[in-house]
Design a protein around this ligand. Structure first.
Ligand code: SF4
Length: 434
């Protein structure tokens, strides 16, 4: 429940954005809610009275209430009237509200369904934020149960997405991570319906969304993109510096036979050719992907094909999972031989070894370069930051050392210029550029 002025509304939206990205849903009534967050106003006495009434009503109807907002700056006033509230925080204390929701209603992390990494759920700092643009998926990958759980693709109207992004930017977010099950399919279900934002019609289309987000002047990172032909246009936006030169594409495999068994979208694309073309357009592009090894029927030949593909693709960031069947997935009915667990583990190890060698080589080539990084942590005479190539939680970091006095002045969420001084398999080291 949100009371008060537009600033309070921005706070409410910020809290909702976080919680929605983490899988929480907004309930239409007290009875349907597991918990109520009341964002209060304390500007004048009538607003205080209205806020206290709202808290009382939520307590009577639901029982579990977290209070935030301006009146939260006077906790005793609230406690005198309603001692049973679970938590009181002041205005703009989004993290504390979200942490309190986590405490009283722990997020259920579903590894097969969630878009946000488990670690990301615990503490999403205020300088970056996930932006969910759609729910569900029109594909039917054989190892996946998301469409049966979340249904077909339902895109959020573009005006709504852009307003949320704008509010995040206004609230101080420096990096937006666009997430969905299939970002490149955004708007297909809406027939790309246009809405006006900042005085111009914007179509609900992946490219148009990327253009509009690029106008916010903050980092825009695109996750879960499939290599459809129209993605090439977005690479040009990356080359122009309008969105980050970073693409998270879950390729999952390279063998055409396995991709067919997996029923992967855009499986017919010549991905190596596409990657080479993208790197011509945006030479700095960092490509991240995930893979599954040990899918039913994966032969030695299929696996070697995958390694050859990775050698040729030279991906920057790679995650790899051993296949494990998920209850309800159609892959369970495949008449293909299962890959023994020991062989799956061995294949994963070989794959990750190769990925680490490629990553180390690509990072070594960055030594000596100057680049902008976003600071995530400061302390102990060093700062930990990320470059355009590093998404939070899943990619590497840039550790900034050197001049401790200058480092002490840096704040979390600052964008600073650094010179890269050394590299490891996944991370970089740097000092502040002068
Ligand atoms: S694209 Fe495939 S793996 Fe991804 S959500 Fe859709 S069905 Fe699942």
């Amino acid at each position: 429940m949100s009371l008060g002025c537009p600033k309070a509304l921005v706070d409410s939206e910020r809290i909702l954005t976080r919680l929605r990205a983490e899988g929480y849903e907004v309930a239409a009534s007290y009875a349907k809610a597991d918990l109520v967050v009341v964002n209060t106003c304390g500007f004048i006495e009538s607003a205080v009275a209205e806020s206290l009434d709202a808290i009382g009503e939520a307590l009577a109807e639901n029982g579990k209430v977290i209070v935030t907002g301006c009146l939260g700056a006077q906790p005793q006033k609230i406690l005198d009237a309603h001692p049973q509230v679970l938590k009181i925080t002041g205005p703009q204390r989004y993290e504390e509200v979200v942490a309190s929701v986590h405490e009283h209603l722990p997020p259920k992390h579903e590894p097969f369904v969630d878009l946000v990494p488990a670690q990301g759920i615990k503490l999403t700092p205020r300088h970056y934020s996930y932006l969910k643009i759609s729910e569900g998926c029109n594909h039917r990958c054989s190892f996946c149960i998301i469409p049966s759980m979340r249904g077909d693709l339902v895109s959020r109207p573009i005006g709504e997405v852009l307003r949320e992004a704008e509010q995040l930017a206004r609230a101080g977010v420096k990096e937006i991570l666009v997430i969905s099950q299939d970002t490149s399919a955004y708007g297909v279900d809406l027939k790309y319906a246009a809405q006006v934002w900042r005085g111009a019609a914007r179509r609900a289309r992946f490219y148009d969304l990327a253009v509009a987000l690029g106008e916010l002047g903050i980092w825009i990172r695109l996750h879960y993109v499939y290599p459809y032909p129209h993605v090439d246009q977005v690479i040009e936006l990356m080359a122009d510096g309008r969105v980050l030169p970073y693409l998270d594409i879950p390729f999952q495999h390279a063998s055409a036979r396995i991709l067919k068994l997996m029923k992967r979208p855009a499986a017919a694309e010549d991905t190596l050719e596409r990657i080479a073309a993208w790197r011509k357009i945006a030479p700095d592009i960092a490509i991240r992907s995930t893979f599954i090894v040990g899918f039913p029927g994966e032969s030695d030949r299929d696996f070697e094909e995958l390694l050859d593909w990775l050698r040729a693709a030279q991906l920057d960031r790679v995650g790899c999972f051993e296949y494990s069947p998920v209850a309800g997935a159609s892959a369970n009915a495949l008449r293909e031989p299962a890959v023994p667990d020991a062989l799956k583990a061995q294949r994963r190890e070989r794959f990750m070894q190769l990925a680490a060698e490629i990553s180390a080589r690509r990072l070594a080539a960055k030594v000596g370069r100057t680049m902008a990084v976003l600071v995530d942590q400061v302390g102990d005479g060093a700062a930990v930051a990320r470059s355009a190539s590093d998404a939070p939680e899943i990619d590497g970091t840039v550790r900034i050392g050197g001049d401790t006095r200058a480092l002490e002045r840096i704040k979390v969420g600052a964008m600073v210029q650094v010179k890269i001084t050394a590299s490891g398999p996944y991370d970089l080291e740097a000092r502040l550029a002068t």
